[in-house]
Ligand binder design. Structure first.
Ligand code: FES
Length: 226
């Protein structure tokens, strides 16, 4: 596995550094392979009616969209097939292609296992992504979660549906935890940077400790430990 580091978190120049220490925007060979030969991509107008779960998500960061279709075995709840289509960029294509392989390899993940799949797991298998492209791998993670919810909804397992509700963090600037998440994913990794983007806490400094905690949480979630 490639030894890549997330330089934005380390406060250094360059988005991804290679094993040789070269610091630049680059895509790993694995990313290129999945971009040029995407796995499980839906070509043209295929009949997808045999698929029993569908997920859809749009990215507020870039306006791109992703749709996924899953075939879930009713007995084992393992993902037997995972197909997808996107208007997203090369990183979204590579990330979703890799995710489609990961959830179906070795007999397929159960839905419970697939829910534990994180964007970092996909990025590790890809050998890293440029920092500004992390939100693209989050796109496929969210579409997968949407499809899992769709399966549970179709099979009347309503208690297993997990919906990420937004929480208002700063009622003055009307900023939610979701806005903080999007800012971090878009590369704002410090309080200053998040404030420049969202204006959070400027007219309401009492919320700043909560904001700093959220920044730490999302940095850890998407970029790993400092
Ligand atoms: S998915 Fe929109 S820039 Fe990558």
């Amino acid at each position: 596995m490639a030894d890549y580091k997330l330089d934005a978190v380390k406060g250094r120049q360059g988005d991804v550094s290679s094993q040789t220490g070269a610091e630049s925007w680059f895509y790993s060979d694995v990313v290129k392979e999945h971009f040029f030969s995407p796995k499980n991509f839906v070509m043209g107008e295929e009949d997808m009616s045999a698929y029993n779960a569908i997920g859809k998500v749009g990215s507020p960061a870039c306006g791109d969209e992703l749709r996924v279709w899953m075939k879930v075995d009713a007995e084992t709840e393992r993902i037997q097939d995972f197909r997808w289509k996107t208007f997203g960029c090369g990183s979204a294509i590579a990330s979703t292609s890799m995710a489609s392989v990961m959830v179906t390899e070795n007999g397929g993940m159960t839905l419970a296992q697939a829910r534990k799949l994180k964007p970092q797991d996909i990025m590790e298998r890809l050998g890293g992504l440029p920092t500004r492209k992390f939100h693209c791998s989050v796109l496929c993670d969210k579409a997968l979660r949407d499809a899992i919810n769709d399966y549970y909804r179709r099979t009347d397992q309503f208690d297993k549906i997990i919906v990420a509700a937004k929480r208002l963090v700063d009622p003055v600037a009307n900023v939610t935890d979701h806005d903080i998440e999007e800012a971090v994913l878009d590369g704002a990794l410090t309080l200053d940077a998040v404030q420049q983007r969202t204006k959070v806490g400027i007219g309401n400094p009492t919320c700043l400790p909560a904001v700093e905690e959220l920044i730490r949480f999302y940095r850890e979630k998407y970029f790993g430990a400092d």
